[in-house]
Design a protein around this ligand. Structure first.
Ligand code: SAM
Length: 227
């Protein structure tokens, strides 16, 4: 069943303003796989559950043509406002039904979004649209986050972890996939050539005001406040 937790315009504008980009380490890792399979320039990437386009815009620096898709109209509206890349387009659609041709996609990414999808139809759709040898990259940077700030990084990381502990009871049950490192999802991917990498820590460096904004983008945050 489709889960809709990202429909609000206010939430989408927070996303655009405060959401973080995937780390360069993750991007380099993805392109090391793509490099092994295709020669440059790479053709076409789709970023599903793209939200306001943080990962989509990064992909556009590496790939000729990028499509960002999301089920939330509000998120796509914000993504369109932010894009400065002529090779990026966006579409409102579920990750389980992407409006592109069979075997047309070199790289398909889901940046901290796949836990919201209905996995079986999503993986079927992936199989339909990926080129032979194409690359599927499902990743999340949460919960392995360190907060770096001047000389108090250790304390900030600790406080951030304590705050997450407070918010966890308000999470949607699908967020369990994040906490188990997408383990079940990985197991259901039907390809034999696959790898699961767990030891990447995302280091965020930002002023406190921005960190507070980032926290407000967590889907469990408004539920916590309301409760
Ligand atoms: C946590 S946000 C991640 C956004 C962005 N990829 C990023 O890196 O910040 C999850 C996104 O997945 C989208 N989403 C949830 N279920 C979806 C589905 N079935 N199909 C497409 N997008 C979906 C939400 O609307 C939301 O924008």
């Amino acid at each position: 069943m489709v889960t809709r937790q990202f429909e609000g315009k206010q939430q989408a504008s927070y996303y655009q303003k405060f959401r973080i980009d995937p780390s360069q380490e993750i991007i380099d890792l993805i392109f090391s796989y793509v490099d092994e399979r295709f020669s440059k320039p790479y053709g076409f990437a789709v970023d599903v559950g793209c939200g306001t386009g943080q990962n989509t815009r990064i992909l556009s620096q590496y790939i000729n043509k990028v499509l960002g898709t999301d089920i939330s109209e509000a998120q796509i509206e914000e993504a369109k406002k932010a894009t400065g890349s002529p090779n990026v387009t966006y579409s409102v659609c579920p990750a389980e039904e992407v409006p592109v041709g069979d075997a047309s996609v070199d790289l398909l990414t889901a940046s901290i979004s796949a836990h919201w999808f209905t996995i079986e139809p999503f993986l079927k759709e992936v199989d339909r649209i990926l080129k032979p040898g194409g690359c599927l990259a499902i990743f999340a940077y949460s919960p392995s986050i360190e907060v770096h700030y001047k000389d108090c990084s250790e304390q900030m990381t600790q406080v951030f972890a304590e705050m997450i502990d407070i918010l966890v009871p308000y999470e949607h049950e699908k967020a369990r996939h994040l906490w188990n490192g997408y383990k079940e999802m990985y197991e259901s991917i039907p390809y034999t050539d696959k790898r699961r990498i767990e030891n990447i820590v995302t280091k965020i460096r930002m002023p406190l005001s921005r960190l507070l904004g980032f926290i407000q983008t967590f889907p469990m945050f408004p539920i916590f406040l309301e409760t």
